[in-house]
Design a protein. Structure first.
Length: 676
């Protein structure tokens, strides 16, 4: 194993060795101390057998251990023969001697151990000294070796420096020669470069002069082109402004479309030139409105207004779009702004009135409509809307006056005549309504409008009880219903004519017409109701047909009063009284105060064996209508079933007193039974 010198050790290894040496020294110190202590104890062991420590003299140092006293028994030499004359008397002495022998043996063992420890400590100390000597020798050897190496290195370094100095001088000489050559080459290159630069500068000056001349020419040309383009753009803008003006004035749809198409082409050219125009955006908005692209139209108008905030037409069209999009407060603001910019433009004032209608401000609407005709006395729509406002306000006299004014100013406005007829009908003035519809019919050619006018006139006559005359106009509408492209409208006209024929006691025609109405519109609930009523009118043989129709009608509209009431009647005819009661109750939930339905319910309850409930419902009817003798007869029958014979008798006498001929045979027979 290679032994390291002290200077070769790391700091960690040095610390470790120092700790070990210190530990060994500490052990040696402890061993020496123990040996001294043992020696101190052994001083008195030889005389311990005979010495009396109670003499007050204490411990006597300097006494020697006697080998014969301590080890005789262990090695078999000088053994004394202890013979006791009296064994009992020698027992304590023998025990004492044995204890002394054991103590002597233990002391000898400890002494041997201490001696061995001392030898080991001495050996370690000797080893430490040897290691220290070796360490010093190695350190000396290392120092000598290092000195030799340093001397050698110095010699080598001196030789190296001499070689480097020589090489450096040679390199400097070579570099000086190369530098001389390089400078000569650079001088030649500079001279050539200078000549080249002079040539390039001369060429550059010539090129700059040429480019400057070309740039001046190009700039002049560009200015001329821009001037021409600006002039073209201005002419295009002027044309677009003119188209906008003409669009506001024309009333022809074809002319308007032609102007829009022309304007779009001009707008494209203007956009290609990189210029913008509020008129171009306005025309784009008009085109978008035609396509019903209201969102794009609104965006284009916003751009137009951003470029020109003083054009009333832009705000007018903006208001119309906002109105179409149901943004009525915004529309109101736009129309008001348009009026601020031009208060002599009737359409803005008129449309503001329409917006007030949507905002439920009828009085403001009326003022706007009046103002529109004041600006332009021939502004027809303003008169129409005035009349309509008066009608909605329930002012019949003012409404009629407004329509009369309108019709006088515009006698060919047949729509106004028909509207006036509708207003009269609404207020129950059938003759006046009839006169207006007949006036319109005289001027109308065969058309959808004439068909609908004949239909309306037949309804007026029907409600006025003029069934024969109603049939005449009902037939005109029915005969010319093909002018209506909508099957549902044709079904309504056919149904109306069937209803009139039913009132004219022509059930066969009515059945045929109701069926025809259903062929045109299979979901026509009213035709099913009336046809089912005809099936149940005279006998029960077609009750099943009636039920089928009514169930179909119920599936279409379960909340129809007549459907539920007629279903109750059908089940009454089928003698299914609980089901009949169910449908009558459903009908009364829809129309709670209907007297006929309540009477039907009470009769069904009588048939179903619920006389007490029937009495309650009959009493509800008679309390409200003392003239309903049918209810009094039903009440009497129900009272009879409940045992209230006195009440039944009183009800029957009331019927006889009110109308002696009303169901005379039945009333008389019931009274006779009660009197007997």
């Amino acid at each position: 194993m290679k032994i390291k010198r002290w200077k070769e050790l790391s700091e960690e290894e040095k610390n470790l060795r120092l700790k070990k040496i210190c530990g060994a020294v500490a052990v040696i110190f402890v061993i020496v101390l123990l040996l001294l202590l043992m020696k101190c104890e052994g001083c008195s062991s030889s005389s311990s057998k005979k010495r009396n420590f109670f003499d007050g003299k204490g411990h006597a140092y300097g006494e020697r251990l006697s080998g014969t006293d301590l080890f005789d028994n262990e090695y078999g030499k000088g053994v004394e023969d202890y013979t006791y004359s009296n064994p009992e008397n020698n027992t304590d002495e023998e025990a004492r001697r044995k204890a002394e022998l054991l103590a002597a043996e233990e002391a000898a063992r400890q002494a041997a151990e201490q001696e061995a420890a001392a030898k080991e400590a001495a050996k370690k100390a000797e080893e430490k000294a040897r290691l220290e000597n070796e360490k010093k020798a190695k350190a000396k050897e290392e120092a000598e070796r290092q000195a030799s190496e340093d001397k050698k290195k110095k010699a080598e370094e001196k030789a190296r420096k001499a070689a480097e100095d020589k090489a450096r001088k040679e390199e400097a000489k070579r570099a000086a020669e190369e530098e001389k050559k390089r400078r000569a080459a650079e001088e030649a290159a500079k001279k050539a470069e200078l000549e080249k630069k002079k040539a390039e500068e001369s060429a550059k000056a010539a090129e700059e002069a040429r480019l400057k001349a070309e740039a001046a020419a190009a700039e002049k040309k560009a200015e001329e082109k821009k001037s021409a383009e600006d002039a073209t753009a201005e002419r295009t803008k002027a044309k677009l402004d003119e188209i906008v003006r003409r669009l506001a004035e024309t009333g022809s749809d074809s002319e308007k479309q032609k102007l829009i198409d022309e304007g779009l082409e001009l707008a494209k050219k203007l956009e290609a030139s990189g210029q913008d125009s509020d008129a171009a955006h306005y025309i784009k908005a008009q085109e978008a409105q035609k396509l019903k692209d209201y969102k794009r139209a609104l965006s284009e108008l916003e751009k137009a207004i951003a470029l020109n905030e003083s054009n009333y037409l832009y705000y007018y069209d903006m208001g119309k779009l906002q109105y179409l999009l149901k943004r009525y407060p915004d529309a109101k603001a736009s129309f008001n702004r348009s009026i601020e910019l031009n208060n002599q433009f009737p359409p803005s004032v008129y449309n503001l009135g329409l917006t007030y209608v949507k905002l439920n401000d009828e009085n403001s609407a009326l003022e706007s409509f009046k103002k529109s005709v004041k600006i332009n006395p021939e502004y027809e729509k303003g008169y129409v809307e005035q009349a309509r406002v008066y009608n909605r306000l329930g002012k019949l006299a003012e409404c009629v006056k407004a329509y009369d004014t309108l019709i006088k100013l515009f006698p060919d406005n047949l729509s106004a005549i028909m509207e006036l007829g509708s207003v009269y009908f609404q207020y129950g003035k059938y003759e006046e309504s009839e006169a207006q519809y007949k006036k319109a019919l005289e001027k109308l050619p065969k058309s959808e409008e004439k068909t609908l006018t004949a239909y309306n006139l037949s309804k007026v006559l029907y409600d006025d009880g003029k069934y024969s005359e109603a049939a005449r106009y009902g037939w005109i509408a029915y005969d010319e219903k093909d002018f209506l492209l909508n099957d549902s409208q044709q079904a309504n006209i056919t149904y109306n004519y069937a209803l009139i024929q039913e009132k004219n006691n022509k059930p066969e025609d009515s059945v045929r017409l109701y069926k025809e109405a259903l062929s045109l519109n299979p979901d026509h609930v009213k035709s099913k109701i009336n046809l089912s009523a005809l099936y149940m009118a005279d006998s029960n043989e077609d009750v099943d047909k009636a039920l089928k129709l009514l169930q179909e009608a119920y599936n279409t509209d379960s909340q129809d009063f007549s459907v539920n009431n007629n279903l109750g009647t059908a089940y009454m005819l089928k003698e299914d009284y609980p089901t009949a009661e169910k449908y009558y109750k459903a009908a009364l939930e829809i129309v709670p105060d209907d007297e006929d339905a309540l009477l039907n319910l009470a009769n069904a309850q009588v048939k179903a064996g619920k006389p007490a409930e029937a009495v309650y419902n009959f009493n509800k009817i008679t309390a409200k209508n003392s003239e309903n003798l049918e209810a009094f007869v039903g009440l009497a029958k129900a009272q009879f079933q409940t045992g209230d014979t006195q009440g039944a008798y009183k009800s029957l006498l009331y019927v006889r007193s009110k109308n002696p001929s009303f169901r005379k045979a039945e009333v008389d027979s019931l009274i006779a039974v009660l009197e007997n």
